[in-house]
Design a protein around this ligand. Structure first.
Ligand SMILES: O=C(O)CCC(=O)C(=O)O
Ligand SMILES: [Fe+2]
Length: 268
């Protein structure tokens, strides 16, 4: 049995992507990745009004009747997954995570881009252009960040590009909706505890809290700490692949989303 307790809210480091001093930024990134595996990214080029618009479009899709959504059921890792269809912690006894999602595959890859599924233009005319624009903006911030992460590891800033780490399937964009309803007394997570599998994850939320991290995954009882919302910031976390590549110097930190009674949207 896993016994969990929640403590205080964390003060994660804030990294400024537009800082004129890449070496000092890289040093701060290193410290954040060693200590937490999580940090906030500001001045990343995705402006707040645009994010608001993206969450509005996301909400329009998720509020469609289920028969419209189910037509876009996930195939080839692209499309809609209904409530409870996923369980990020396979050992959890719950019937699945109470969240729905929509997966968009890499727009960069001409050989697979046609596999993406989109809601019809008649139903949601601005949906596809908004999500495509979101994809490019976050990808661009992510690539800039990866050159700073390379510097933070004392590598050439183009290192990840040179080793083809940015080749297809470069990046997926997922839109998530958590109904947020509080369950019975048992601990039911919106997203059950997991670490991400890739290089890095860039996460934006609509400001509704719920994200928690557990810095020491092997310690019992587990201690979960709240990650608070910083207006306009992207939350970045290190994935398992980057943890492995750095011989565990950078942490792929366990995290989860707890319901707070409020509907929550995020993009990862
Ligand atoms: O919605 C969130 O805040 C986190 C989602 C997440 O951790 C994931 O999908 O990997
Ligand atoms: Fe995650």
């Amino acid at each position: 049995m896993t016994v969990t307790t929640t403590t205080t809210t964390l003060n994660l480091p804030i990294i400024d992507l537009s800082s004129p001093d890449p070496i000092s930024t890289a040093n701060s990134i290193r410290q954040a990745c060693v200590e937490y595996g999580f940090f906030y990214l500001v001045n990343h080029g995705v402006d707040e009004d645009f994010m608001k618009q993206a969450f509005e479009e996301s909400a329009k899709f998720f509020s469609l009747p289920i028969q419209h959504k189910i037509k876009l059921n996930r195939k080839e890792y692209r499309g809609y997954t209904p409530l409870y269809a996923e369980k990020l912690d396979p050992s959890s006894l719950s019937k699945g995570d109470p969240k729905e999602s929509f997966y968009i595959g890499p727009l960069t890859d001409t050989t697979s881009v046609h596999l993406n599924q989109w809601p019809s233009e008649e139903l949601l005319p601005n949906w596809r252009p908004t999500m495509e624009s979101l994809f490019w903006k976050i990808l661009s911030a992510g690539k800039e960040l990866l050159s700073l992460i390379a510097l933070s590891l004392n590598l050439d800033e183009n290192y990840f590009e040179k080793i083809s780490a940015l080749n297809k399937p470069e990046a997926f964009l997922r839109l998530l909706r958590y109904p947020g309803e509080l369950g019975s007394s048992e601990e039911i997570c919106g997203a059950s505890p997991h670490s991400d599998y890739g290089m890095i994850t860039l996460l934006m939320t609509n400001g509704v809290p719920g994200l928690q991290i557990c810095k020491e995954k092997l310690k019992q009882p587990q201690v979960w700490e709240d990650v608070s919302h910083v207006e306009g910031a992207i939350i970045v976390n290190i994935g398992d692949m980057m943890e492995r590549w750095t011989n565990c110097v950078y942490q792929s930190t366990l995290h989860r989303v707890m319901p707070t009674g409020k509907e929550r949207y995020s993009t990862v």
